[in-house]
Write a protein that binds this ligand. Sequence first.
Ligand SMILES: C[S@@+](CC[C@H](N)C(=O)[O-])C[C@H]1O[C@@H](n2cnc3c(N)ncnc32)[C@H](O)[C@@H]1O
Length: 179
Amino acid sequence: MFNYTADISVLSHNIIKDNIKNFDIAIDATLGNGKDTDFLSKYFKTVYSFEIQHMAIENYKNKEIQNVHLIEESHELIDNIIKDSVDCIMYNLGYLPGGDKNITTNCKSTLISIKKGLELLKSQGIMAISMYSGHEEGKKEKEEILKYASSLDKLLYGSMLHETLNRNNAPSLLIIEKK
Ligand SMILES: C[S@@+](CC[C@H](N)C(=O)[O-])C[C@H]1O[C@@H](n2cnc3c(N)ncnc32)[C@H](O)[C@@H]1O
């Protein structure tokens, strides 16, 4: 089986674990089934997790993890709700696995959130964005995000794409690091 190239989610966790300097505050911008929030809660003192689906929030609430603050709002409002600067922000785009495929992240609000998120990110902080181009909205979302990430000032941000080359529509991982 594959190790490094098998799963961009595991890859994103390893990049965060190995490269973050301060493990104070992290944001999961897309809670979903909570795998990324579980990961972040093990390493960071405080985690804020956004999700628009009530059921996903309720499911996670049952875990009663003390350092996780659940926010039932769109991540577009990230700057209205989070007033501290943060060390890490994760986006896992698309729809909830096993859930309603019509409820998906969308290009416009995702981009607004990413732009605001980069403002909140501390120096040496990392933003990890997992993107899925296997559905129409995901394809458009990926194109727009990559256009934006390519335009970032190279003196302020490192912007790196991890992409599988020999599988169609495999998810890809974008890492943005703030100087
Ligand atoms: C691919 S899933 C996330 C997977 C998740 N990180 C995990 O570990 O299970 C994407 C999630 O984003 C949520 N979502 C969609 N639009 C959103 C928005 N504007 N703000 C916050 N969450 C959103 C969806 O409801 C869905 O649960």
